[in-house]
Design a protein around this ligand. Structure first.
Ligand code: HAM
Length: 459
């Protein structure tokens, strides 16, 4: 007997509002998911890095690893998501990066978290968390990875971008600043990208205090001509008045008092020594009294890498860095001097392309394995593994059946030799060895083919 269907009570239509849940006095908004039928696209300012660009990325990563090895920096990998407080206390709450550009949100547990806009703060946090002060100083680490800033996207400016950075923590000697600037310059020189190093010193909080007063006094006399952002900077972040990109503010900055005239003896001596060490090499640099950088943790030396360009319009900096002697202490560690830099990988690759610089091509495979028929296909799968085990770089197109198709692919890959296995060769326990340059083919005993290839390819 058919069961009578129970009448379900009519469902109430849920209003699409964000329900909330409570945890320790924190009200967390649960996300409301709306499903769209449109094909999903990358978010504005986010980019896919496609295989066609792989050679550029490999080239940069290999170069970074080589430089790190040469200068004694070890790799560190840090979380992409951190406590928002970390960046407020290090980069600074009144900076553009923290105030306007962070991907900051509450997670499902009610914690305030942010996608990292930079990694120096995380390195300093890791230094404290892992008691690295007990290791021989300075600790030298490097990182490569994505950073996130909610900026207005344009060429060379993205919301997710990649940096590599070098940080030396635990020593105050000016030779460290100089060597970091030297290695930064060498990185670009070895890639063939002409750059200009801009250097300044922004002193320590003591000398900066007096300088800020002088600076604000000067800007007060110019207030009516300043852009709106600079009017705010006068009270919130006066040093940033100096690197405003608005034309009228650039002109005003030119006559502003120079910080170098206000440095205390210690900061002045440090800066002179940094420059003297750099002068030992032939690295060109520019003293730039307007260079202040956009992060609050800097003390003393600051520098940026500007691309040399015939194009007179302002270009994005390729990298930047400086000393941050108070950061570890600001985050709760012992007073620990440090210096570091970071370079934008996308911007570097854009330059490589713009200058049409040579980049190592992908490795050409040694051998292409072609097959005809089901049984041969199966046997070739094993042959591929045997060849790979012997250290050959092997290419194949096992999903294709026609020989012409497969040999066309081998040609495009510029492979030197192709091995061809068909029904006839299978039954005779042989294989065809084809020289792709002249198209000459010879029959080789299957069991001897690896030895023969080793001989021909000098392996
Ligand atoms: P930064 O100057 O903010 O410094 O960034 C370093 C580099 O990252 C820039 O020069 C640029 O090449 C790249 N970059 C920054 N924002 C973007 C973006 N939106 N799109 C593409 N590339 C970008 C720092 O991050 C400091 N942590 C450097 C440092 C390390 N100081 C001491 N140690």
């Amino acid at each position: 007997m058919a069961k009578e269907k129970k009448k379900m009570p009519a469902k109430k239509k849920a209003t699409p509002k964000a329900p909330t849940k409570k945890k320790a006095n924190v009200v967390v908004k649960e996300p409301v998911f709306k499903v769209s039928k449109k094909t999903p696209q990358t978010l504005r300012g986010f980019k896919d890095i496609l295989p066609i660009d792989e050679k550029f990325w490999n080239y940069i990563r290999d170069k970074v690893r080589a430089i790190a090895y040469d200068y004694g920096y070890d790799r560190i990998d840090l979380p992409l998501l951190e406590d928002t407080n970390l960046f407020i206390r290090s980069v600074g709450k009144d900076t553009d990066i923290v105030g306007k550009e962070m991907f900051a949100f509450q997670d499902r547990g009610g914690d305030n978290v942010s996608l990292r806009p930079e990694a120096t703060a995380s390195v300093a946090r890791a230094y404290i968390n892992h008691g690295m002060l007990n290791l021989p100083q300075p600790i030298r680490t490097y990182y490569i990875g994505p950073m996130f800033r909610y900026e207005r996207p344009q060429s060379g400016r993205y919301r997710q971008f990649n940096q590599f950075g070098f940080e030396a923590i635990g020593d105050i000697h000016p030779v460290l600043d100089a060597q970091l600037i030297i290695l930064t310059y060498k990185f670009f020189e070895e890639l063939g990208i002409p750059v200009n190093i801009q250097i300044n010193s922004i002193g320590c909080p003591d000398c900066r205090k007096e300088y800020k007063t002088q600076l604000v006094n000067y800007y007060k006399t110019q207030k009516s001509d300043l852009c709106d952002d600079c009017k705010v900077r006068m009270t919130k972040n006066p040093l940033r008045l100096l690197d405003c990109k608005e034309e009228k503010c650039i002109a005003i900055a030119e006559d502003a008092p120079h910080i170098l005239d206000w440095l205390c003896d210690e900061c002045k001596n440090h800066f002179v020594k940094v420059l003297e060490f750099i002068d030992e090499t032939e690295i060109p640099y520019n003293l730039n009294s307007s260079l202040v950088r956009g992060l609050d943790y800097y003390t003393k030396t600051v520098f940026e890498v500007w691309p040399e360009s015939k194009d007179k319009k302002a270009q994005n900096a390729l990298g930047g860095g400086g000393r941050y002697d108070n950061l570890v202490e600001m985050l709760g560690g012992r007073p620990t001097p440090a210096v570091g830099m970071a370079i934008g990988i996308e911007r570097t690759i854009l330059k490589l392309k713009e200058l049409e610089l040579e980049v190592p091509e992908k490795e050409i495979p040694d051998i292409f394995v072609a097959q005809l028929g089901e049984a041969a296909k199966r046997k070739c799968l094993g042959l591929f593994e045997d060849l790979r085990k012997e250290g050959f770089k092997v290419a194949e197109s096992f999903a294709k059946d026609g020989l012409k198709n497969q040999l066309d692919i081998a040609d495009k890959l510029k492979v030197k030799y192709a091995l061809i296995l068909g029904q006839k060769e299978l039954s005779e326990e042989t294989i065809l060895l084809r020289d792709m340059d002249g198209g000459v083919q010879e029959t080789v005993n299957y069991s001897k083919v690896i030895k023969e290839l080793k001989k021909r390819l000098g392996k």
